[in-house]
Each structure stands twice: as C-alpha cells, then as structure tokens.
Design a binder for this molecule. Structure first.
Ligand SMILES: Nc1ncnc2c1ncn2[C@@H]1O[C@H](COP(=O)(O)OP(=O)(O)OP(=O)(O)O)[C@@H](O)[C@H]1O
Length: 255
C-alpha cells in the first residue's frame, strides 16, 4: 500500500510574538511527499514565522505541525530537526567549519554517523549540488553562489524529509540561479521554497501558497495564481515588468 502521510501538514497554526503581535491566524495546508511548493507573500505576511514553526525554532502557538506524521514539539525535537532541513538566506549563517567537508559532515557526525558511512554521506551530498571537487576548500574561499550550494549540501547530508529554502535565488547571478534551479529540480525530496522571486517560483514549483496577513490567501497551480491579476494586486505581489506567466510552461512535477 502506498504511504499517503503528507510530508508536511499544518493545521490551524496561530501564533503571537511575546510582545502581543499576532503573526499567524490559523494557517492550514498540506504538502505531499515529493511536491515542490513555493510560499509567496508580501513583506511581513508571516512567512518566516511559519517556517520557524516547521522545525520547532518557534513554538507556543496553537494548532499543529506534523512532519511525515510526527508532531513538531519538544518531545521529538532531534528527529524533527533531522527531518526538516532549512537553508537560510545567508549561507554564512550555516557554514562555520574550516573546510567544506567538515561543514557537510557536521550534522550527520553529530547524529552519530562515522567512518566510511559518514564519508559517503558527505560525498553524496556534495555531488548532488555539484561541489564534490571543492571538498577540501575553506568555505570562505568560495563564491556566494558556491557557498549557497554547500549550504544546501549541509542540509541534504541529513537526508531530510523536507527541504525548506529561504529566498534561494537571492544574490545569485543568472547562471548560478539557473544551476541552482537545475539542482533543486533534480532532488528527490519535498521542497518548500519561500521567495519573492515569482519567475523562480514559476520555474521550479508546480504549486504555490500565498500567505497574506497571517493566513493562506490562495493555494493552487503557480501559473494560475500568478496570472490572476486581482489576486496578485490584493496581496501586493508584482511580476517583473513585461513578464507573462502564461508564456512560461508550468514547472514539471517530480521527474
Ligand atoms: N520577534 C518578533 N516580535 C514581534 N513581532 C515580530 C517578530 N518577528 C516578526 N514579527 C512581526 O510578525 C509579522 C510577520 O513577520 P515575518 O518575518 O514572519 O514576515 P515575512 O513574511 O517573513 O516577511 P519578509 O518577506 O519581509 O521576510 C510582521 O508584522 C513582523 O513585524
């Protein structure tokens, strides 16, 4: 029988910061295993607040978050942190070891992997992002785009259930942007990508969620949402001048 447990299930998630500011007002959505989904929304919509709930960095609100059926909460925190890999916007927040190899090995080693198994895990993660030849380099000797790929590898090395990326295309030149898109498309993992780069969402994610003022305002095929001018205007989303989402073929789902 096929396992139909979603990779991610968020139900009735509401959250207020300690100063009383309510950032999420009952967020509901579910992502199936292997889907690639973009999380769109204007500044201040609650995207970061939502993402920080996915691996329990933020807790204390109401509602539930489940990752592959496991409820996010204090009880399962180590397992949740392994299953939810977050790639933050600035790779330098994630790379702190003397070499690329050590950075990628850090998580799996902390989880108890060692010897040839650990080395294989590191090699596999670096190969998936096309950075195997940079294994012995200090991360700070790499370009920004290369550091972002290594940051993705540090997360992939944990073999996560879901890969969450915060603005993966920011600060990348067009070639690096395309190369990262090819890498993300090739991965056999559930992807949730927070982005203001709407063409990138269209290129990579067959489905998008629009989060606006702490609620999911729309959930559907990316091309359809981006072509709905009224919806876009209502949630302060703007396509680059002259960009026609109808002229771009829909992102293919899993290969
Ligand atoms: N630590 C905090 N304390 C109080 N309010 C906060 C805190 N962090 C964020 N907020 C508020 O919560 C709301 C949602 O913020 P959040 O950072 O989640 O939005 P976002 O959608 O990620 O925005 P952006 O696109 O600008 O990154 C905003 O109104 C913000 O001012």
């Amino acid at each position: 029988m096929t396992d139909v447990t979603p990779s991610l299930d968020v139900a009735g998630l509401a959250f207020a910061y300690p100063d009383g500011h309510q950032a999420l007002f009952g967020v509901d959505f579910s992502i199936a295993r292997g889907e690639r989904v973009a999380l769109l929304g204007p500044n201040g919509a609650g995207k970061t607040t939502l993402v920080l709930h996915l691996n329990g960095i933020l807790t204390g609100g109401t509602g539930t978050v489940r990752v592959a059926g496991l409820r996010v909460g204090r009880q399962h925190m180590a397992e949740i942190r392994r299953r939810v890999g977050i790639v933050f916007q600035d790779p330098d927040d994630q790379l702190f070891m003397p070499t690329v190899r050590e950075d990628v090995a850090f998580g799996p080693a902390a989880a108890g992997l060692k010897g040839p198994e650990l080395e294989q895990r590191v090699d596999r993660a670096l190969e998936r992002v096309g950075m195997a030849e940079f294994k012995d380099r200090p991360p700070h000797h790499l370009s920004f785009g290369q550091r972002r790929r290594v940051a993705v590898a540090t997360v992939l090395a944990m073999e996560p259930e879901i890969l969450v990326l915060d603005e993966p295309s920011s600060n990348l030149d067009p070639a690096s942007r395309r190369e990262l898109a090819d890498i993300l498309r090739s991965l056999d993992v559930t992807v949730l990508m927070v982005t203001h780069d709407l063409p990138y969402a269209l290129e990579l994610c067959p489905r998008s969620l629009i989060l606006s003022e702490g609620v999911i305002a729309a959930d559907g095929p990316t091309g359809e949402l981006l072509s709905d001018e009224e919806l876009m205007r209502a949630h302060r989303l703007e396509l680059p001048f002259g960009f026609d989402p109808r002229a771009v073929p829909a992102a293919p789902a899993r290969p």
